[in-house]
Ligand binder design. Structure first.
Ligand code: SAM
Length: 239
């Protein structure tokens, strides 16, 4: 199995040749110093992972020829993370950790106490791709544009339970509430640094698909709650 994996925005299949984009060509050719006769693993999030032979037809050009299917595209459980975007770099951390922990979709949702009113989706996607390359995943989470929490909840697919991580009150532990979800679609909702407003909390507790859950007795930072929540959900899927 080649040592290096690269996510490419191109169709992959028997005999498919991928001309690497300039940045990736530079990385593969000049940083990894790979060239003719070397091999790399390619994946695109839908056609599985392929072993590809590299060629350097020109000074800055690197092409990869798909030779063998290393792994078919897995069917990943739908794990949706709805999160109140927090300050810049931490959103990139969330994109990276959510990818490592199996999230299939990231939905940034603006809440009353959000201090952030825009999200750099392109940056989040780049972080998610890097994380997928590093952690061996063949899928990359889908990214939704930033919307208000009310809008996200308004058109929610009611068949998908939304585990509302509520640091206040007496909610059951996530691992218990999510027991036996197996591979069924499930979602996690994490609030901003300032938490949810009482009005938001009471709105949410009225929605039939909302499952209030606790992540334990301590108040976790939002990014910690994302990591803990996704890890517990992943564990519940395997229990
Ligand atoms: N209300 C919190 C406080 O008093 O500091 C601020 C919110 S906390 C920093 C950020 C988010 O992480 C919360 O909105 C919640 O979604 C989640 N969270 C943190 N600790 C949690 C816990 N023990 N159980 C469930 N969710 C938690």
């Amino acid at each position: 199995r080649p040592r290096h994996r690269l996510f490419v925005d191109a169709d992959l299949g028997p005999g498919a040749t991928v001309a690497l984009a300039e940045g990736q060509a530079h990385y593969v050719g000049n940083v990894l110093r790979l060239g003719d006769g070397d091999q790399i693993a390619l994946f695109n999030g839908r056609d599985g992972e392929w072993r590809a032979g590299l060629a350097r037809p020109g000074k800055k050009a690197v092409t990869a020829l798909c030779e063998e299917l290393l792994a078919p595209q897995p069917v990943e459980a739908e794990t949706i993370l709805v999160f109140a975007p927090i300050r810049g770099a931490k959103v990139e951390l969330i994109a990276e950790k959510a990818t490592e922990l199996g999230a299939s979709r990231l939905i940034p949702a603006q809440t009353r106490r959000s201090v952030v009113d825009k999200v750099n989706i392109a940056r989040m996607r780049a972080n998610a791709i890097e994380a997928a390359e590093q952690c061996g995943r063949l899928g990359v989470p889908a990214m939704a544009e930033l919307r208000r929490l009310e809008q996200v909840l308004g058109d929610w697919d009611k068949a998908i339970p939304l585990f509302f991580c509520d640091e206040a009150g007496d909610a059951p532990p996530l691992i218990e509430a999510a027991r036996a979800i197996g591979d069924a679609p499930a979602a996690l909702l994490i609030g901003p640094e300032g938490g949810f407003e009482p009005a938001e909390r009471s709105l949410m507790r009225r929605l039939p698909f909302i499952r209030p859950v606790s992540l334990g007795p301590r108040i976790l930072r939002a990014e910690t709650a994302v990591i803990a929540g996704l890890a517990l959900l992943d564990a519940a899927r395997r229990a």
